[in-house]
Design a binder for this molecule. Structure first.
Ligand code: FAD
Length: 394
């Protein structure tokens, strides 16, 4: 969109899922918002064919689904393209196991598996048609400069926008974060996630599986509608390259065997895609007229399927804090940003400790006996299972 306006309450850089959700949530509170994205948003659009499945899927928590419903995005998703996770079996690398059940936790689903294309498409439709919200995509921000009362973002085409608050929603390698001189860089896990979809011989019945495979990372099978599954294999980089080079039949056999053939034979239905994995923990997600959200604010390993859920939590919280600003007219007021940072500190830190802790716990061979015994013990205690599951649900 070409817009004549150049003065905003909030300029958000990055129209990923988190940036789009935040932009809409803020515009709905009456803030004048500009959403800047490097790529063309139209790339996400278009109906999917019946046998055309996006291999990029998310496990969306019930809490995030509620947030997205409140934005009007969840209702736009086709019900027959979403699958609930009703049960989840997690297996250690030496006989340890722990199972989670939505029924036991009083939930309809532990999470919902949703295609990236569908979720992004729903949010694109919303942000494109919202008052107080200008979408500038594609555009290339070149500089951002902060003064006492405002921030100014200039674009490669010469435009210049001012805002009371700049939000970095531009992913784990955030340009905004660097411009704000927050020096911390994401650390590689030395793993690459391979994602792909398969048709399974046997029905999954709403069950997800996860295996910590000795020396081979973490493999998750997530239910898709019908007898289909989506996998995320967070594999050591060398193994990931090996998996990517396999032909369809060999990759199917390899993934099926790694999961003990629990769903019979697998047949690859999408090409695999690869995502390098990073860990990022910042000491602060705010600065002068600056807030970071989503992967720009924290990088977590995908083994718990929580990255975008944490990002939606950031978006919901920042919108809630700014929306309830009372007599504070300035969207970049330190008191509001500090409130946002305080509210997000614990949920993000605890999720990072759990996910990163699990990655480290399952790395050294010397701890094999201990971790699998621990898993069996934890798995036998319903209350502990509940405590572990709660943060991931909301
Ligand atoms: C294999 C894998 C599986 C995952 N599974 C799950 C899951 O099941 N559940 C879950 O909750 N999370 C999951 N995640 C995590 C999730 O993918 C991320 O947390 C989420 O995509 C982050 O969204 P975001 O909007 O913050 O950032 P991004 O999706 O990275 O979006 C950033 C946007 O900013 C744009 N951008 C970048 N730089 C600029 C710039 N300078 N100017 C303008 N625009 C810019 C980019 O083009 C992009 O559109 C998974 C991750 C991986 C790798």
């Amino acid at each position: 969109m070409n817009t004549a306006r150049s003065d905003y309450d909030v300029v958000i850089l990055g129209a990923g899922l988190v940036g789009m959700a935040l932009a809409f949530a803020l515009a709905r509170h009456g803030f004048a918002v500009a959403l800047l994205e490097r790529s063309a948003l139209a790339a996400f659009e278009g109906p999917a064919g019946a046998e055309d499945w996006d291999q990029r899927v998310y496990a969306v928590s019930p809490g995030s689904a509620e947030f997205l419903r409140g934005l009007g995005a969840w209702q736009r998703l086709a019900a027959d393209r979403i699958a609930p996770i009703e049960l989840m079996d997690v297996h250690g690398d030496g006989g340890g196991a722990i199972a989670f059940s939505a029924y036991e936790l009083g939930e309809r689903a532990l999470a919902w598996i949703v295609e990236n294309r569908a979720l992004a498409g729903a949010l694109v439709e919303i942000v494109r048609t919202t008052a107080h919200l200008d979408v500038l995509a594609p555009c290339e921000p070149t500089t951002v400069a902060w003064s006492a009362d405002a921030a100014r973002v200039t674009l490669a085409d010469g435009r210049s926008l001012s805002a009371r608050l700049v939000v970095g929603a531009d992913g784990v390698r955030s340009w905004v974060r660097r411009e704000a001189a927050i020096a911390r860089e994401p650390q590689s896990y030395g793993q690459t996630a391979i994602v792909a979809n398969f048709a399974a011989e046997r029905a999954h019945r709403g069950r997800a599986f996860q295996w910590f495979v000795e020396g081979a990372g973490v493999l998750a099978w997530l239910p898709l509608p019908g007898r289909r599954i989506s996998i995320v294999w967070s594999a050591p980089d060398a193994l990931a390259q090996e998996l990517l080079a396999l032909d369809a039949a060999t990759l199917s056999a390899r993934v099926g065997a790694a999961g003990g053939a629990v769903l019979g034979e697998l047949t690859l239905i999408t090409p695999p895609a690869a995502f390098p994995l990073y860990f990022l923990r910042l000491s602060s997600v705010i600065g002068h007229r600056l807030a970071l959200v989503g992967d720009a604010a924290h990088g977590v390993h995908p083994l718990a399927g929580q990255g975008v859920n944490l990002g939606f939590g950031d978006a919901a919280t920042l919108a809630e804090v700014l929306g309830a600003r009372g007599p504070v007219a300035d969207a970049g007021a330190p008191i509001l940003l500090e409130r946002y940072a305080r509210k997000r500190a614990l949920p993000v830190l605890s999720m990072q400790i759990v996910t990163d802790g699990l990655v480290r716990l399952f790395a050294p061979p010397a701890l094999k006996l201990l971790r699998n015994r621990g898993m069996r013990f934890v798995g036998s205690l319903a209350t502990v299972r509940r405590l572990l599951a709660q943060p991931a649900l909301r």
